[in-house]
Write a protein that binds this ligand. Sequence first.
Ligand code: FAD
Length: 293
Amino acid sequence: MTPFDFVRPHSLSQAVALLDPDDPHVLPVGGATALIQMMKVGVLRPTRLVFLDRVEALHSEIRVDAQGNLHLGGLARLSALEHSSLVQQGWPVLTRALHNLANVRVRNVATVGGCMAHADPHMDLPPILAALGAHAVVLGPTGERVVSIEALHLGYYEVALARNELIAKVVVPPMGPKLAAYSKVTTRVKHDWPALGLAVSVALADDGCLREVSLVLGAVMDKPTRLVSVEDMLRGTRPDDKVLREAGAVAAASLDIVGDTHGSASYKKQLLRTYIGRTVRVALGAAHEGIAQ
Ligand SMILES: Cc1cc2nc3c(=O)[nH]c(=O)nc-3n(C[C@H](O)[C@H](O)[C@H](O)COP(=O)(O)OP(=O)(O)OC[C@H]3O[C@@H](n4cnc5c(N)ncnc54)[C@H](O)[C@@H]3O)c2cc1C
């Protein structure tokens, strides 16, 4: 490992000032769970690390505002989300997904900001947060801006952030009448990296037809991918077996899926065919059973 400076600012704006818009070797650090791995294999060779662990506590807050939006501080640990009663009550799909994300040692140190900025397309939370319509609040030298989680990821390890911008928080809208589920399909243990991740958020109209549909995939392309054509196809329909089977077939046919060490492209396509219907059914079932996935 090459030597590097290590700085620990006390505020997020100080942290921004310590980053360098022109130098890719100056990097922020949340929990370091991803960054250290990449340093060990030589993918990243930083000259300065801006460690965010001493930044003011307000950036670790998990709270619900007067409009019912969930605010997840960029420095909140994933284990704090996992055990938050606010998250469990209002957004249980996140709680359930967190139980199977990596392991307790990773969740105890990994942060919301690091989790969003790492941009490995296999990650579990970005597809869920995109399906729920969440956005990131990003702090840079000239102030804050908002980026939808869907627009945040550009490709493998690529995010729509300048080198001197930080994720200050993630805001998730209230679920309202929506029901959500996430299927994490692994080939080994259940908390492994997924061969397929599928996040579903749906709302039913009074006549039992799907009024709102949001489907976002992880682990099959180079970034979380919304299944727009399948959403359009499902909206306004009654989600019976035939409709869901057709949706699975259309989803599998519409994507140029990339195989990886977790599964070949054809295996992932087969998973997709099956899991569209399965995950929509689990989301809808959650209304009656209080569980999903
Ligand atoms: C053994 C293991 C198993 C794993 N399994 C899973 C899994 O099953 N599912 C899953 O989803 N993930 C999994 N992960 C990945 C894990 O979720 C990430 O490592 C973690 O979320 C990264 O968060 P961090 O705070 O440690 O980020 P760091 O490692 O500190 O940083 C990651 C990246 O984000 C940048 N960054 C950090 N904070 C900010 C910020 N506030 N603003 C902007 N940029 C920032 C860093 O510069 C770096 O580029 C696994 C990781 C490990 C080590």
